[in-house]
Design a protein around this ligand. Structure first.
Ligand SMILES: Nc1ccn([C@@H]2O[C@H](COP(=O)(O)OP(=O)(O)OP(=O)(O)O)[C@@H](O)[C@H]2O)c(=O)n1
Ligand SMILES: C[C@](O)(CO)[C@H](O)COP(=O)(O)O
Length: 232
């Protein structure tokens, strides 16, 4: 087992909601692929000792070239992903050797170093952590016909982001259990929760968006252009 924190960065999605020919994780932001921006945040963080990058099989070669070009030497492996995010994460986890692991979306390039640290500290105290922000809008549960069913109390609702931090052995067990039970979650914490692992939110920033739809690109360009000019 090696020291430091390992990271699985998943980038094997197709970006159907973005609708571009090029997968969104490879679109350029200020001249650099989004996935490289994300990798650089973890590469430069002193807590992080190894990174596993999960990509489409056909993208492994160009990712390898970027890793050399941008000197991302913490990337220990590039592995082909699966059909769902959960499968991609699982394949990445199997390559890590650290005690603690963070799982992060390749299309969240704006996570901040202090947030990574806070997530790790909280996970060590509680068992696991997820970066998150309180929801700003009123949320309603709606049925298939558009009829409003309920209005949950907003004070208990958080929008969940990544990174999500766990003990590697516990997360691997949770992933194995989910696979056995045919459970498919939209984040890693949901697998940990059902395995009984206590998970705590860490309040992050609304800027840590997941680049998902075309309007997110305007925000991303603006944010990247102004990086280092005082915004968190
Ligand atoms: N089979 C998959 C699906 C998603 N991801 C990754 O998980 C992250 C979050 O997923 P999302 O934003 O939903 O990406 P896509 O699946 O690419 O988008 P869409 O759902 O619009 O197709 C992304 O970095 C994406 O590349 C992955 O590694 N493997
Ligand atoms: C993990 C995640 O980014 C937390 O918000 C999100 O659930 C990923 O979901 P998606 O279905 O891949 O958009």
């Amino acid at each position: 087992m090696s020291n430091g924190v390992g990271v699985v960065i998943v980038a094997a999605g197709r970006g159907t909601r973005m609708g571009t020919v090029e997968s969104k994780q490879y679109l350029l932001l200020q001249g650099k692929p989004i996935i490289v921006h994300t990798l650089e945040v973890f590469q430069q963080h002193e807590l992080i000792s190894e990174i596993v990058l999960v990509t489409g099989k056909e993208d492994i070669e160009r990712c390898r070239e970027w890793i050399q070009l941008y000197k991302l030497d913490k990337v220990k492996a590039i592995v082909p992903g699966g059909s769902e995010r959960q499968h991609s994460v699982h394949k990445g986890l199997l390559k890590l050797t650290t005690q603690w692991v963070m799982v992060h979306d390749g299309v969240r390039p704006f996570v901040q170093p202090n947030e990574i640290e806070a997530c790790y500290e909280r996970a060590k105290q509680i068992g696991a952590s997820v970066l998150a922000v309180p929801v700003k809008d009123t949320i309603k549960q709606v049925d298939n016909e558009g009829k409003v069913l309920s209005t949950p109390d907003r004070r208990s609702l958080w929008a969940i982001q990544t990174p999500q931090t766990f003990r590697l052995s516990e997360l691997l067990d949770a992933y194995a259990a989910a696979e056995r039970d045919g459970f498919l979650g939209t984040d890693d914490s949901s697998l940990a929760e059902r395995a009984g692992i206590p998970v705590s939110v860490v309040e992050g920033s609304y800027r840590n968006i997941k680049i998902t739809t075309p309007d997110d690109l305007d925000f991303a360009e603006f944010t990247e252009r102004n990086r280092g000019e005082g915004q968190s």
